[in-house]
Design a protein around this ligand. Structure first.
Ligand code: 13P
Ligand code: 13P
Ligand code: MG
Ligand code: MG
Length: 368
């Protein structure tokens, strides 16, 4: 039997150039060096290093399976070393931001970095799309993953391809309670939507075809819930397999033609549109945003990554970007008012409670 392939993307914000804008070229170069060494040592088969805004993305092809300790420890040590050797000496902004532990302790997922992994037996041809976002949270994937895998108005294949006509099973994480539930779609789409319409709490973590075939995996770490305080947004990643018995690449990308509203943006405290961009435009500026997403396509062969194809580098997404700019203008005019600013439960994990604490003693009782 051929050895299974695993694609892992492990990411962290370990400091950036000019505020929370972009990863520094020296951080990228250092990461390349470490990953090349990991390839030569046989730990991984192939890799790509890239960034979405201020988040450093380590994409790896290997044959060690999901949740592999050696892979996780390697990624953790790489982030630590780049922080010490590059971020700190250059005094990059928020050096080591997402590294919430001192030393690797067995599960990188609870330590700050975001992880998405898929293990599979390679098909005759195996296209994948790797998504990475900046200035938002894992629940940002709920809307597009629902559209791709459960909405026939998005995915023609759900209607006309017998291989996916039976639908998909969605695994949803409750990130507050650390519980998960699997929902069978289309039968349970209303139950699914009842959960994932609250993206700050319920995040899609995995999607399988009815016959158990793995189709998608997304990161679910919420930094503020791990740390109990504001430490920047999670800036999630997601891997989606496509074609030949799965949604086509175009059906995977189609949801991003609408720049839906996500939580994040300035100080992780505002709603804004998720703008699909090419790698060269994966850099947040206006009000530290608006939130961005890149999509990189690869053909996987023997755990090697052929690509990337920079899939949002296309005028077909110009209208989505224009719409995102319109929505950004509209929301910005609300200034500090909800619903531009996040609601009170989410603001608990920002610096706002300190401001409210100061006013506590000045409230006088005034009866009903
Ligand atoms: P500081 O400027 O105090 O770091 O806070 C704003 C911010 O960017 C939060 O990450
Ligand atoms: P990041 O989560 O991308 O570090 O952004 C933090 C922030 O406070 C932006 O205003
Ligand atoms: Mg940052
Ligand atoms: Mg970021």
């Amino acid at each position: 039997m051929p050895q299974k392939t695993t694609i892992s993307i492990i990411k962290a914000d370990i400091g950036s150039l000019v505020g929370h804008h972009v990863v520094h070229p020296q951080q990228l170069a250092y990461a390349e060096k470490l990953l090349e060494e990991a390839k030569k040592s046989g730990l991984i088969v192939d890799y790509r290093v890239f960034n979405c805004g201020d988040d450093l993305e380590l994409l790896m092809g290997h044959q060690r399976g999901e949740n592999n300790l050696e892979i996780q420890e390697f990624a953790w040590n790489a982030f630590k070393e780049i922080t010490e050797k590059v971020s700190k000496p250059l005094k990059l902004y928020a050096a080591g931001q997402d590294l919430l532990a001192d030393a690797f302790s067995g599960n990188i997922k609870g330590m700050g970095p975001g992880v998405a992994e898929i293990e599979f037996e390679e098909r005759a041809a195996d296209p994948i799309v790797v998504f990475a976002a900046d200035k938002t949270e894992p629940g940002a994937w709920n809307y597009p993953l629902y559209k791709t895998f459960a909405d026939p108005f998005n995915t023609a294949g759900l209607v006309i391809d017998p291989a996916i006509h039976d639908g998909f099973d969605f695994t949803v994480m409750d990130v507050y309670e650390h519980k998960e539930v699997q929902l069978r779609c289309p039968l349970e789409i209303y139950d699914l939507l009842a959960l994932i319409g609250t993206p700050g709490r319920y995040c899609i973590s995995k999607i399988h075809r009815r016959d158990g075939f793995i189709a998608a995996a997304a990161s679910t770490s919420r930094l503020s819930l791990i740390a109990g305080r504001y430490v920047g947004k999670d800036d999630p990643v997601c891997i989606v397999r496509a074609q030949h018995g799965l949604p086509a690449v175009g059906e995977v990308l189609e949801p991003y033609a609408f720049p839906h509203i996500v939580a994040g943006w300035m100080r992780g405290s505002h709603h804004g549109p998720l703008m699909p961009v090419s790698l060269k435009n994966a850099r947040c500026t206006r009000f530290d945003g608006p939130p961005r997403v890149v999509a990189l396509g690869f053909q996987v062969h023997d755990a090697q990554l052929e690509g990337p194809a920079d899939l949002f580098d296309d005028p077909a997404f110009d209208k989505a970007r224009a719409m995102a700019n319109e929505a950004a203008d509209y929301l910005r005019r609300h200034g500090p008012f909800m619903p531009h600013r996040l609601g009170p439960e989410e603001m608990e994990y920002t610096t706002l409670p300190k401001v409210l604490e100061k006013l506590k003693d000045r409230f006088r009782s005034v009866g009903p």
